[in-house]
Unconditional design. Structure first.
Length: 401
């Protein structure tokens, strides 16, 4: 279908302050023939900036965001952009474009805990939240045309793990939005592949698929959502391709206390993941509210929309408190959850005087200090005060199809 498809480019702008920080560009290396492919069949690769310490075996690995394929038309449009074809990738990736929550910066003033790590940026061109292992091009969408796509996001992560990380001593796996979701599905694979390394994961804006909550149309009409866990969503095509079936997903599926229908969602496999996690998530995630739940993305917000933002944020907050703070991994895992109407997290915004990066560093290195922080101010005034003026709270790339 023709028109403009808006695709979230999470890695392009996460913390606005990071855009002002000069940092050496990350250099593109293509994996070459026989490597995993982008949607259009072009070769994949990675961007790398080595530590100034040539002996360093410590890594930050960032999985780029960019939503996921929602339809055949959406996937087709991605082929004409960096989100579906490496033909559109630049040879270098600057700190401004990499963004990466400033975790790829070598400036200790910006990135005090991880500035001297090796910095690896994994581009996202598969539309599959890094779970695809589809060896042969296919079209998994309803009413499919003859156009086909490769879905090999997981294969790219596995290839890079083998090529670059086999001698790693410490790995901080991170990523935003689709890359954040991917963290939940690939972290234990990376941990198992690197048994001598300390591997920890810190996804940002990746807590998609929690429930229950009422989607916007039902809330606006005062009705109960008949599918409060949103099992029947636009992600159903993933069941028609070969994907990486992680051990946490298998454990979830066979747990008699759970619901196997929910085991494709990151929050519901989270408790089965062995890798330590530090989850960063805006409670009023604006992308989830507008694109997943269906609330109109207009400004200013009317009273019903403001009420819905609070409703959604309250449900997401309850999910994080129940599954993370009170869950089986509460002793090992961290959490930073400001109540902002935004998708990207601001690395300088504090909760109780502690910033995201400070708490992340405390958690990763086992330092004294806060590692689990959830915003207590759930008023709409607070949520909108840290949203930032549109379109800065959510950056979108317009793809004409």
């Amino acid at each position: 279908m023709a028109g403009a498809h808006r695709i979230l480019a999470c890695a392009s702008l996460l913390a606005m302050a990071a855009a002002q920080v000069p940092t050496p560009p990350l250099q593109l290396t293509m994996l070459g023939q026989g490597s995993p492919k982008c949607l259009d069949g072009s070769d994949t690769g990675y961007y790398l900036s080595r530590s100034k310490n040539p002996a360093s075996t410590e890594w930050v690995v960032f999985l780029q965001g960019g939503s996921m394929c929602f339809s055949e038309a959406d996937c087709s449009g991605r082929k004409q952009s960096q989100l579906g074809s490496s033909k559109y990738w630049s040879h270098t990736l600057s700190g401004e474009k990499a963004g990466a929550i400033s975790l790829l910066s070598d400036d200790p003033a910006v990135n005090p805990d991880f500035h001297d790590f090796n910095h690896l940026y994994v581009p996202y061109c598969s539309g599959d939240v890094f779970v695809g292992q589809q060896k042969v091009a296919t079209n998994p969408f309803d009413n499919a045309s003859s156009e086909t796509f490769f879905f090999q996001g997981f294969d790219l992560v596995a290839n890079i793990t083998d090529v670059l990380l086999k001698d790693a001593s410490k790995v901080l796996l991170t990523g935003c939005s689709a890359g954040g979701i991917g963290n939940f599905f690939v972290a234990d694979y990376i941990s198992a592949a690197l048994p001598r390394a300390t591997v920890k994961a810190a996804p940002a804006a990746g807590w998609f698929g929690f429930g229950p909550f009422d989607a916007w149309p039902y809330f606006a009409n005062g009705e109960k959502d008949p599918d409060p866990y949103h099992v029947n969503g636009v992600h159903g095509w993933l069941a028609k391709i070969r994907i990486h079936v992680s051990l946490p997903s298998i454990k979830c599926h066979f747990d008699p206390r759970g619901d196997s229908h929910l085991c494709g969602f990151a929050p519901f496999i989270y408790k089965y993941i062995k890798t330590p996690f530090f989850i960063a998530e805006n409670l009023a995630d604006s992308f989830q509210i507008t694109h997943e739940a269906g609330m109109p993305d207009y400004w200013p917000k009317n009273k019903t929309e403001e009420d819905y933002i609070v409703h959604f944020a309250s449900q997401l907050r309850e999910s994080l408190v129940t599954m993370v703070l009170d869950g089986p991994k509460k002793e090992s895992d961290g959490l930073f959850a400001p109540a902002c109407y935004a998708h990207f997290l601001n690395s300088s915004l504090p909760i109780s005087g502690v910033t995201w990066f400070q708490s992340l560093g405390n958690w990763f290195f086992g330092r004294p200090g806060e590692t689990q922080l959830v915003d207590a101010d759930m008023t709409i005034q607070h949520m909108l005060s840290c949203a930032g003026p549109p379109p800065m709270h959510i950056l979108q790339t317009e793809l004409l199809v």
